[in-house]
Design a protein around this ligand. Sequence first.
Ligand SMILES: NC(=O)c1ccc[n+]([C@@H]2O[C@H](COP(=O)([O-])OP(=O)(O)OC[C@H]3O[C@@H](n4cnc5c(N)ncnc54)[C@H](O)[C@@H]3O)[C@@H](O)[C@H]2O)c1
Ligand SMILES: [Zn+2]
Length: 379
Amino acid sequence: MTVIRVAVPARPERAYEIRLEPGGLDRLGDLCSSAPAHRYAVIADSHVAELYGPRALRALAADGKEAELFTFPAGEWNKSASEWTRLCGELMQEGFGRDSAVVALGGGVTGDLAGFVASTYARGLPVIQVPTTLLSMLDSSVGGKTGIDAGQVKNAVGTFHHPAAVLIDPQCLSTLPRYQRISGLAEAVKAAAIRDREFFAWIEQHAGPLRDGEADALTDLIERSLRIKSEVVAEDPEERGVRAILNFGHTFGHALESMSGFSVLHGEAVAAGMRMEARLGESEGVTAAGVGERLDEILARCGLPEVLEPPLDLDELLDRARTDKKVREGSLRWVLLADVGRVAPGPRGSHTHEIPVARCRGPLEAALRKAFEATDSST
Ligand SMILES: NC(=O)c1ccc[n+]([C@@H]2O[C@H](COP(=O)([O-])OP(=O)(O)OC[C@H]3O[C@@H](n4cnc5c(N)ncnc54)[C@H](O)[C@@H]3O)[C@@H](O)[C@H]2O)c1
Ligand SMILES: [Zn+2]
């Protein structure tokens, strides 16, 4: 078992533990002792409820904890206001009060939605994150961002609500479909690209086993990614500064994800976003030449090839990116790499670069054209 502690500097009492333990799901009851509650509301999507819901309830019962399972239909489009309202209504109906806690059992969608329920219901309940996808194990379960999409804008409404504890049982990955695993690898590449060139090289070397779901390689990947994420989050728990670097690949990625109607998975969109944003950085003279090429290669080795389904309209993508929160006055704000493993500092101690939309067009158009050509030749 590996334990990582995440500090929340302004509120030392909110520091929490990430427990990475194969088979750990059966010891969920023990972990929940770090969020003592009268009752636990386990929230899971329809797939995960079926796969792991009964086991989670058994683990809680074995520890003498009262718990009930609440479900919502799987899929990003259910990270919505209507599911949030419905889940809160069910909790109310079942008499869950301020002495309860939430267990978010599932992928990033569940973590965000159940986390949002926890942070708002009864003016806030503790949440224990129990991620079951690769993406949520190595990224979204840590850091306290919760939220829902609205009006096709990703994470339009949300809060910071740090978990009381995080339990990662990598054995849950055995049931995860391959394409979901591959999508999760994109966020690990992101973590390495912004902060750790040695880890980047390690992923380059281990891409085969990672893509094929080799358990030890995945556990190492989760631990190394989490160490990066928890360091960054501890430095800036509410994204007032350095935490913005975790958004590398996301300005473009979020726009692409929502424009596809969520048929492009989050990790796939982030992979495309990193490629685009590396090209933009190179054309701005901020990112070292060749970084885009190296990203293309590592992502392809991970099973995330450079393909996009046309027609994808650049104007619409830029418009979507503009409605995203990273916009200020006709410019788009981007996180740009200086090199592999290092983000380029922005002006006045910031971590982002504001680039007028008109100047973004050329390099993004070229990168999009390349991705479409790759699609054409792969079909
Ligand atoms: N809060 C954050 O900091 C943060 C960071 C990154 C991503 N996110 C969010 O995370 C979401 C994407 O998360 P995701 O990729 O985990 O998607 P997801 O939660 O939709 O899970 C993907 C699919 O896998 C299924 N699944 C989950 N675990 C399984 C298992 N062990 N076996 C079989 N099937 C399983 C789910 O039912 C779902 O159908 C996006 O909404 C994104 O915005 C949040
Ligand atoms: Zn992400």
